[in-house]
Design a binder for this molecule. Structure first.
Ligand code: PEP
Ligand code: MG
Length: 602
C-alpha cells in the first residue's frame, strides 16, 4: 500500500494528526405505505420537515456569517431555496397522495430521481453536494434521527477528518481546535466546502480518490494543504522535512510582508503592473492590502448567486463605484456576467444542455438576454461617470459579438444622456481571449477592441479539450502546454502591432513559475488572485529579465508541457528555492502553518 496519497490542495497549511473517518451514508429508508386516511398527515409531516430543515439551515447560515463572512453564508441561502423548491416538493406530495406512501419513502424516491438526472449534467454535478446535504437532513428529520451532523469527534484530541464528500454544512461546524485538517474524496478547489475550509483556516486536501479505503481510522496522517499531499504514518524524517518546509514558508512570508509597499520592478528596472482579480466584495480589502494596482478582472457572477431576482442597475452601479473608490481611481475592469458552464445561479432558468461548456454561456447569454446585459452596461456607464472603469467581454469568438456589445454600450450611453442621468457616454471595451478562435482572429478582434486580457483557464480548457473542473484530468490541465505558450506569444505580438494593451488574468498569472514565463514572453500587465500577489511581486523583483526571456524562448521551442515546466524550474531555480513557489504559500496572515505534533515538529 502506498503511503503517499495525492489530491488537490484547497486550503493551505500543514497538519499532522490521527485520521477520523466520517461516513455520511443515507439512512435505510423502508418502503412504507400508509392508510388512505393518513395520507394528509404524511404531507403535513413533509412540510414540517421542510420548515425544520430550513430553520436549521438559517441557523447554520448565521453561524457561517459570523465565522467566515457573508459570501460563505450565501451557500446556505442556495440550500434553503433548494429545500423549499415547489418544483421538487409538489411531485413528492403527489406521490404520497397517489401511491399512499410515507413522506420519507416518497421524498427519497424523488430525490433519487433528481440525483440521477443531475449526475448526467456537468453543470449540475457541482450542486449534488448541496442536494446530498439537504436529502440527509430531510430524511434524518422524517425518520426521527438525532441530527446527522452530531457525529462525535473526541473532544480531547486533535484529528484530521476524512470523508467521501464534505458538505458546507458539516465543514462549518468543525471546531478548528479539534479538526486540524480535512481530506475528502470528492471536491475541487471551487467546491463550497473548499472555500469554507479556506476561510476557516483549516488545511484541506480534496479529490483524493480512494481516501476512505486507504486511510485506516486512527492512523497518523501528515497533510499538506498547499501541495495536496498526504503521507500515511509519517516517519520522523518526513515530519522533520514538513517542519523544515513550514519554517521555509514562514521565512518567505516575512520576506513578502517586507516588500508589500515596494513596486513590482524587475532587477533590470522593467516596471510590471500587478492588478488584482476580485470575485467577491470581501476580496477588495485583501487586494488593496497587498498593493494591487487596480482590478484587472472584476467577476460579477456573485451578484446573482443565491438570489431570487436580478440585481438592479442602481445596486450594481453602487457596487462598481464602491470598488473603483476603494482602489483610489485606478483602473477597474468589469467583466460582464460570465454565466453558463458550471456558473448558472440557482434561480436562472437555464436550459439543460449536453455540453454546457460548449453551450449557451457568457457573451452569448448576455447578448440574447437584454434584460440581463443592458442594466449591467448602464450600471457600468453610471459608475464610469467619474471613475476609470472599463468593460470586458468573456468568451468572445466572433467579431460581431464585440460590435454588437459596443453598439449596446453606445445606445445605453445615449439613453442615459437623454434621461439626464449622470453617466459616461461610453467606456473602453476589451475582449477576453479565451478560445483558440479568438487567438486566430486576434488581429480582427483588435480592430474593434480597446484591450485584450487572456483568460488562460478557459483558453487551456478549449485548446486542450480538457474540462477545467474534472479532477481526473487535473494532470492534463496545464497552461504550460506548448500550444498555450505559442498562443500567448502570438496574441501579445498582435496586440503590440495593433497598439492595444494585452494582459493575462487567468490563474496562470497567479502561479509564480508561469508568471516568469509570461514576463519572459514580454507581458508587463498581470491580474492575479490577491493572496498570490505578494509572491508574484517577489518573483518579479528577483528573476532578471534575460533569465525570464531565456525561459520563454526555450518554452516556445519545447515539445511538451513537461519540458516547459522543467525549463521554468531550472531557470527560476538559479535564483529562487523553487520548492517555495506555490501561490497558495503566499497568503500573508492567512496561511496556517500549524498542527504538527509538539515534540515531533512545531
Ligand atoms: C479564465 O478563463 O482564465 C478567466 C479568467 O475567467 P474564469 O476563470 O472566470 O472563467
Ligand atoms: Mg473564463
Amino acid at each position: 500500500m502506498s503511503r503517499l496519497l495525492r489530491g488537490i490542495g484547497v486550503s493551505p497549511g500543514v497538519a499532522c494528526a490521527p485520521a477520523f473517518l466520517v461516513r455520511l451514508d443515507f439512512p435505510e429508508v423502508p418502503d412504507r405505505a400508509v392508510r388512505a386516511e393518513d395520507v394528509e398527515l404524511e404531507v403535513r409531516r413533509l412540510r414540517e420537515a421542510v420548515d425544520f430543515v430550513v430553520a436549521h439551515l438559517q441557523e447554520l447560515g448565521e453561524r457561517v456569517l459570523q465565522r467566515a463572512g457573508p459570501e460563505e453564508s450565501r451557500i446556505f441561502d442556495a440550500q434553503i431555496l433548494m429545500t423549499q423548491d415547489r418544483d421538487f416538493l409538489a411531485p413528492v406530495e403527489a406521490l404520497i397522495r397517489k401511491n399512499q406512501l410515507s413522506a420519507e419513502t416518497a421524498y427519497e424516491f424523488k430525490a433519487l430521481e433528481l440525483r440521477n438526472a443531475w449526475s448526467g449534467s456537468a453543470r449540475l454535478r457541482e450542486r449534488l453536494a448541496d442536494l446530498h446535504a439537504i436529502q440527509l437532513r430531510m430524511l434524518d428529520r422524517l425518520m426521527g434521527g438525532a441530527g446527522y451532523e452530531l457525529w462525535s469527534i473526541p473532544a480531547d484530541e486533535q484529528v484530521i477528518v476524512v470523508a467521501h464528500e464534505l458538505s458546507p454544512g458539516l465543514t462549518v461546524q468543525l471546531d478548528r481546535e479539534h479538526v486540524v485538517g480535512l481530506i475528502s474524496e470528492e471536491g475541487t478547489r471551487t467546491a463550497h466546502a473548499a472555500i469554507l475550509a479556506h476561510s476557516l483556516g483549516i488545511p484541506a486536501v480534496m479529490g483524493v480518490s480512494g481516501a476512505m479505503a486507504s486511510i485506516p481510522p486512527g492512523m497518523m496522517v501528515l497533510l499538506d494543504g498547499q501541495n495536496g499531499t498526504i503521507v500515511l504514518d509519517p516517519t520522523r524524517d518526513e515530519l522533520d522535512e514538513a517542519k523544515t518546509q513550514v519554517s521555509r514558508r514562514h521565512r518567505l512570508e516575512l520576506q513578502l510582508e517586507a516588500i508589500l509597499d515596494s513596486p513590482a520592478v524587475t532587477p533590470d528596472g522593467r516596471r510590471i503592473t500587478l492588478m488584482g482579480n476580485v470575485d467577491l466584495p470581501e476580496e477588495i480589502e485583501t487586494a488593496i492590502r497587498v498593493g494591487a494596482e487596480g482590478v484587472g478582472l472584476l467577476r460579477t457572477e456573485f451578484l446573482l448567486t443565491g438570489r431570487a431576482v436580478l440585481p438592479t442597475e442602481t445596486e450594481q452601479a453602487d457596487y462598481f463605484r464602491r470598488v473603483a473608490t476603494a482602489f483610489h481611481g485606478r483602473t477597474v475592469v468589469i467583466r460582464s456576467y460570465d454565466l453558463g458552464g458550471d456558473k448558472f445561479p440557482v434561480t436562472f432558468k437555464a436550459p439543460n444542455e449536453a455540453n454546457p461548456f460548449l453551450g449557451w454561456r457568457s457573451i452569448r447569454v448576455c447578448l440574447d438576454e437584454p434584460e440581463v446585459f443592458r442594466p449591467q452596461v448602464r450600471a457600468i456607464l453610471r459608475a464610469a461617470a467619474d471613475r476609470d472603469i472599463q468593460l470586458m467581454l468573456p468568451l468572445v469568438t466572433l467579431v460581431e459579438e464585440v460590435e454588437e456589445s459596443r453598439a449596446i454600450v453606445l445606445e445605453e450611453g445615449e439613453s442615459l444622456r437623454r434621461a439626464g442621468i449622470r453617466a459616461a457616454e461610453s467606456v473602453p471595451v476589451g475582449v477576453m481571449i479565451e478560445t483558440p478562435a479568438a487567438v486566430l482572429i486576434a488581429d480582427r478582434l483588435a480592430e474593434v477592441s480597446d484591450f485584450f486580457s487572456i483568460g488562460t483557464n478557459d483558453l487551456t480548457q478549449y485548446t486542450l479539450a480538457v474540462d477545467r473542473g474534472n479532477a481526473r484530468l487535473a494532470d492534463r490541465f496545464t497552461p504550460h502546454h506548448p500550444s498555450i505558450v505559442r498562443q500567448l506569444h502570438q496574441v501579445l505580438e498582435v496586440g503590440r502591432a495593433a497598439g492595444i494593451p494585452v494582459s493575462v488574468c487567468g490563474e496562470m498569472a497567479s502561479d509564480s513559475l508561469s508568471a516568469v514565463l509570461l514576463l519572459g514572453l514580454g507581458y508587463d500587465r498581470l491580474s492575479v488572485s490577491p493572496p498570490a500577489l505578494p509572491l508574484i511581486k517577489w518573483v518579479v523583483r528577483t528573476v532578471p529579465d534575460p533569465a525570464a526571456a531565456r525561459a520563454a524562448e526555450s518554452a516556445l521551442a519545447a515539445a511538451s508541457a513537461a519540458e516547459v515546466s522543467e525549463t521554468l524550474r531550472s531557470v527560476v531555480g538559479e535564483y529562487i528555492d523553487v520548492r517555495l513557489l506555490d501561490p497558495r504559500s503566499a497568503l500573508p496572515g492567512r496561511g496556517r502553518v500549524a498542527s504538527l505534533p509538539p515534540g515531533k515538529a512545531s
